[in-house]
Design a protein around this ligand. Structure first.
Ligand code: SF4
Length: 387
């Protein structure tokens, strides 16, 4: 199937089958906002189209037997990184391209102690591949019996096929690359490295080729922060990388923490409710073509009423609301190795809610909004859903 509907006649035929909820269009007309009117029409069309699909075939994040209820061990190897992304919340305190890992023994110990049958392990940082020892860690995880071994990486060092192959040979089964634009200019500028886009693109090509060569590694996935320079172009972004062979995307809320909380990062801020219609349009269009896309870190009240009338659609959009149990082991040169539950940390310390949240239908499940976002933008844009 083509990635998106190309045939104009096909589009027209499908449009005719979809009825338009008047309440939505009246609201937008009252706002006298032509762009939103266009979005409303598109979203209505997309909802109609998505209705015809079998969701279980197009989306698996919520397939309970595979991911939900499984234990995920996250080993954070520290903040060392070879890029300086403008809105990075980890904000590396020191740079390097191929450094020794101070915490190798600790990381090995954590891998052993946190293992349980069926558990997954994910390595993150900083940039985990900036440590040569990452190969040893992946190899150890495989020997211990971890069911899936994954890596969150910026992909810069995996542009070297030998390096990418070494990781797959060691036992890597899944890779998630951080890419935030399909424009080389934007990606290079925000990462502070000329040529970063092309290196990341090459890394994606390498992992696609390795997926075709080995049965053990999944096609690459992308982790993308939604920001001011990309939110209006998410449809093109998804199309571009889908054509390269990416089969899963996560659109993440910007958290203004670390370097992301600096004045320089303000140029990338966009309000969640401003980005929401663009995200939804991109996601619905992608789902219609079988692409897996979810959103992380956004509260459900940012979505328009159509979403709240469809629990199945919301559950696919709302990637935070899973029952994955994540144990994080984080290393810092000062504090050493610290263990915590990511779910508890997020809901009890990193997110906040409004006095009106108890009126909302999602109050019991929703964790609210990142504290760091609320401290800059406030919470006025979030309105309880009382449908
Ligand atoms: S509980 Fe609060 S933050 Fe969450 S969706 Fe409802 S209004 Fe939004």
């Amino acid at each position: 199937m083509e990635f998106f509907l190309q045939n104009k006649q096909q589009r027209e035929d499908k449009k005719r089958k979809v009825s338009c909820p008047h309440i939505i269009n009246v609201t937008f007309i009252q706002l006298r906002h032509v762009r939103l009117l266009l979005f409303s029409s598109f979203i209505t069309f997309a909802f109609g189209f998505v209705n015809h699909l079998k969701y279980n075939e197009i989306y698996y994040v919520f397939e309970k037997e595979h991911i939900v209820k499984e234990k995920r061990v996250e080993i954070n190897l520290g903040r060392l990184c070879n890029l300086e992304c403008e809105f990075c919340m980890s904000s590396s305190t020191h740079k390097g391209r191929d450094n020794r890992l101070e915490c190798l023994d600790n990381a090995m110990k954590e891998l052993r102690e946190l293992y349980s049958p069926g558990a997954h392990v994910n390595f993150l940082g900083g940039e985990p591949t900036a440590h040569r020892e990452i190969t040893q860690l992946i190899d150890a995880a495989q020997k211990l019996g971890y069911k899936h071994i994954s890596l969150c990486t910026n992909g810069i060092l995996s542009a070297d096929m030998n390096r990418a192959r070494e990781l797959v040979d060691a036992g890597l089964t899944r890779v998630t690359l951080s890419v935030h634009s399909h424009s080389p200019l934007v990606e290079d500028k925000l990462t502070h490295r000329k040529g970063a886009f092309h290196l990341k693109e090459q890394a994606i090509r390498n992992y696609v080729a390795l997926h075709q060569e080995y049965s053990t590694i999944n096609p690459p996935a992308l982790n993308t922060v939604v920001h001011k320079k990309n939110y209006k172009h998410l449809r093109e972004f998804l199309r571009y990388f889908y054509k390269l062979g990416v089969r899963e995307f996560r659109l993440n809320a910007l958290r203004p923490e670390g370097r992301g909380g600096s004045q320089g990062a303000r140029a990338y801020f966009v309000r969640y409710t401003t980005a929401a219609p663009h995200m939804l349009a991109a996601v619905l269009e992608s789902w219609a073509e079988g692409v897996r896309v979810s959103c992380g870190g956004f509260p459900p009240c940012i979505w328009p009423p159509q979403v709240h009338m469809r629990d199945d659609v919301l559950s696919r959009l709302w990637a935070d609301h899973t029952e994955v149990s994540r144990v994080v082991s984080e290393y810092s040169p000062i504090l050493g190795t610290e263990r915590f539950s990511w779910d508890e940390m997020r809901s009890q310390r990193l997110k906040t809610k409004m006095p009106d949240c108890p009126k909302c239908r999602y109050n019991a499940k929703c964790e609210g909004v990142w504290v760091s976002y609320a401290s800059i933008h406030g919470l006025k844009e979030f309105v309880p859903v009382v449908l």
